[in-house]
Design a binder for this molecule. Structure first.
Ligand code: URA
Length: 444
C-alpha cells in the first residue's frame, strides 16, 4: 500500500477498497506509517466521507487490528454501553457496576478525553492506583469472577482505534459520522457482546450537535452492529448543557459515588436510569421497562451497585478507601467561584466552554501525549432556568495554580449566560429511542 496514493484518491472523492482500509488499520496499529500521513488521510475522510461499504470495511479492519474477547459458551449475557461523548458525561462509571450488580456481565472498553469532552479512562485513572490497561486474559478472568471489567485499548485490543482516536483528537477530525461510528463500533465489537446500548449526544456540546446528524450516526452504528449480529439500542440524549454538576476527572468520580449512594443530581440519574433500563432489557428481553426500573433501583438503594464498584476498583488496583472517603481522591489546591455579574435567570450553560476551560486547567489534552491532571475541573452550582442574584456563585473552579484559576474564571464568566426571565429552551434529557426496527420519540 502506498499511503500517499490513498490520501490523494480520498482527497479527490474516490473510494478505498476493503484491502486498502485493512492495510491502513494494520499499519496504524503497527506504527509503520507516520502520523502526518494518517492525519492527512483522516482529514480527507473528514471532508469526503466514507460510503456504507467503506464504513463497514474500516470498522471490520479496525476490529481485526487486534484480538477480541470471547464470551464463554453458556455465559450470562454480555452487554455494554458507549456514549459519543460530552461534558460531565459520567454515566459509564455508574452503569457498569449497577448492571454487573444485577447479574449482567459488562465488558466495558472506553476511551480517553477527546476534543472538549472527558473520557471514562481518564476519570477512572483519577482513583489512585486504578489500572485500565488490563491484558485481554486478565480482563476475561475478571469478567468471569466479578462480572465487569473497565478497560481501554491496549496493543491487544482495537489498537488501530487507539492510534487513530488520538490523532483525530489532535487534528480536529473527530466530528465525522463514519469515523465516530467505526471508532466506537470497532471497540465495542471486540468485546464479544450479546447486546449494546449507545448514547448519542445532541445539542451544542455534542460532536454532532444537529438532530439529523445524531440520528444518522445512530442508524450507522445500529447497522454496523446488526451486520455483526449484535443488537443495538440507541438513545439520543441532551448535551446542550453539562450532565450533572461535576466536570473534571476526580470530581466526576466523586459525583458518581454520591449517585451510587442515592444522592446524585437528578439529571445524571435520569440519563443513567434510561440507559440502564435498555441494557437490562437487552440482557433479559422478556422483562418490562417498569420491572427493569424496579430491579435497578433496588440495586442502587440496597448498596449493591456501590459494593460492585468497590470490587471493580479493588480488582483493578485502585485505592478502595476513596469510595468511603472521596476526600482521598486527588484534589486541587486552588478553588474559587465564578459569580453572576447581574441578577436574572440562567439562560444557558454551554458545554464547550466548560470543556475547554477544563483542558486549559490541565484536566484534558491539547496533544496526544499530554498528561492529564486528575484533580482540576469545574463544579456547576446552578442549572439552566435557575433565578440568580448578582454575586451568586454559578460554578466553582478547581485549579492547580492561582494563575490557571484566574484564567479559568475569566474564561467561564461570560459563558454561563444570565438574562431576563425569557423562556429557556433546553433539550429533553432523553429524546429518542432508535433500534433496527424504528425510531420512537420519547420527549417533546
Ligand atoms: N467515542 C469514541 O470511542 N470514538 C469517537 O470517535 C467518539 C466518541
Amino acid at each position: 500500500m502506498i499511503l500517499r496514493d490513498l490520501i490523494e484518491r480520498k482527497r479527490d472523492g474516490g473510494r478505498l477498497s476493503d484491502d486498502e482500509l485493512r492495510s491502513v488499520a494494520n499499519s496504524a496499529a503497527a506504527g509503520s506509517v507516520p502520523d502526518y500521513q494518517l492525519a492527512a488521510l483522516l482529514m480527507a475522510i473528514f471532508f469526503r466521507g466514507l460510503d456504507g461499504h467503506e464504513t463497514r470495511a474500516l470498522t471490520t479492519a479496525m476490529l481485526g487490528s487486534g484480538q477480541v474477547l470471547q464470551r464463554p459458551a453458556g455465559a450470562p449475557p454480555w452487554i455494554d454501553k458507549h456514549s459519543t461523548g460530552g461534558v460531565g458525561d459520567k454515566t459509564s462509571l455508574i452503569l457498569a457496576p449497577l448492571l454487573a450488580s444485577v447479574g449482567v456481565t459488562v465488558p466495558m472498553m472506553s476511551g480517553r478525553g477527546l476534543g472538549h469532552t472527558g473520557g471514562t479512562l481518564d476519570k477512572l485513572e483519577s482513583i489512585p492506583g486504578f489500572r485500565t490497561d488490563l491484558s485481554l486474559a486478565r480482563a476475561a478472568a475478571q469478567l468471569e469472577r466479578i462480572g465487569c471489567a473497565l478497560i481501554g485499548q491496549t496493543a491487544e485490543i482495537a489498537p488501530a482505534d487507539g492510534r487513530l482516536y488520538a490523532l483525530r483528537d489532535a487534528t480536529a477530525t473527530v466530528e465525522c459520522i463514519q469515523l465516530i461510528a467505526a471508532s466506537i463500533m470497532s471497540k465495542k465489537l471486540a468485546e464479544g457482546l450479546t447486546g449494546l446500548v449507545l448514547d448519542v449526544k445532541r445539542g451544542s456540546g455534542a460532536f454532532l450537535p444537529e438532530l439529523d446528524r445524531g440520528l444518522e450516526l445512530a442508524r450507522t452504528m445500529i447497522a454496523l452492529g446488526e451486520a455483526a449480529g449484535v443488537p443495538v439500542v440507541t438513545l439520543l440524549t441532551a448535551m446542550d448543557r453539562p450532565l450533572g454538576n461535576a466536570c473534571g476527572n476526580a470530581l466526576e468520580v466523586r459525583e458518581c459515588i454520591e449517585t451510587m449512594r442515592g444522592n446524585g443530581p437528578a439529571d445524571l440519574w435520569t440519563v443513567t436510569e434510561a440507559l440502564a433500563i435498555e441494557m437490562l432489557r437487552l440482557a433479559r428481553p422478556t422483562i418490562t421497562a417498569e420491572d427493569a426500573r424496579t430491579i435497578l433501583l433496588d440495586a442502587l438503594h440496597s448498596g449493591a451497585a456501590l459494593e460492585k464498584f468497590r470490587e471493580i476498583v479493588a480488582e483493578q488496583g485502585g485505592d478502595v478507601r476513596c469510595i468511603d472517603d472521596p476526600g482521598l481522591l486527588p484534589s486541587a489546591p486552588h478553588l474559587a467561584d465564578v459569580r453572576a455579574t447581574r441578577s436574572g435567570v440562567v439562560q444557558a450553560i454551554p458545554p464547550r466552554p466548560v470543556g475547554h476551560a477544563i483542558i486549559a486547567l490541565g484536566g484534558g489534552r491539547t496533544s496526544k501525549d499530554d498528561v492529564v491532571d486528575p484533580a482540576v475541573g469545574v463544579v456547576l452550582r446552578v442549572r439552566v432556568g435557575d433565578a440568580v442574584t448578582a454575586g451568586q456563585p454559578l460554578a466553582t473552579v478547581h485549579a492547580r495554580t492561582s494563575v490557571a484559576l484566574a484564567a479559568a474564571i475569566e474564561r467561564l464568566r461570560g459563558s454561563v449566560a444570565v438574562g431576563d426571565g425569557a423562556p429557556v429552551n433546553v433539550l429533553p434529557w432523553v429524546s429518542h429511542r432508535i433500534t433496527s426496527t424504528g425510531e420512537e420519540l420519547l420527549g417533546p
